[in-house]
Design a protein around this ligand. Structure first.
Ligand code: CA2
Length: 144
């Protein structure tokens, strides 16, 4: 069955591929998004992507997803993962199943990155697999 997937990227992920490749990889956000859109097409589904550095805009985009028959959300909320009750409440409020993705293994990093406001309401969490984590999440969401 064709699925409609929304991939949301949070703050600073627009910098991917420009700095800190040892942590976040060499691919740009455009590279990652293009691959996900193409893969979704190959799997007879659709994938929209969205990035914002603003917490409020991320909340608004999650709300909009509820009006667009989005079947699944894949979200890397970046640093807001560790701080944002607002993004947690938005995801819980729209009741669209979602997967939390992080490029780096946050559990091998600073203690403040070990806390997530999203993980316990997510269907699943993928960390530390780099950009492949988004692909794995997309394949799972389309098969779900
Ligand atoms: O590992 C991840 O995917 C993170 O969500 C990335 C966030 C970080 O705050 C989370 O703890 C873990 C940061 C994204 C920053 O991305 C940059 C990319 C290139 C250069 C600088 C920052």
């Amino acid at each position: 069955m064709a699925r409609n997937i929304l991939v949301i990227h949070g703050p600073n992920l627009n910098l991917l591929g420009t700095r800190e490749p040892h942590i976040y990889g060499a691919q740009t956000l455009d590279d990652i998004n293009r691959h996900l859109v193409q893969l979704a097409t190959e799997l007879d589904s659709t994938c929209q992507t969205y990035q914002s550095n603003s917490e409020g805009q991320l909340v608004d985009r999650i709300h909009a997803a509820a009006q667009q028959q989005v079947d699944y959300i894949i979200i890397n909320a970046g640093a807001y993962t560790h701080t944002s009750v607002a993004i947690r409440d938005a995801l819980a409020g729209v009741a669209i199943p979602f997967l939390e993705v992080h490029l780096s293994n946050v559990h091998r990093r600073e203690p403040f990155r070990h806390q997530s406001y999203l993980s316990d309401v997510a269907q699943g969490v993928i960390v530390g697999l780099g950009a492949y984590g988004y692909e794995a999440a997309l394949r799972y969401a389309i098969a779900a």
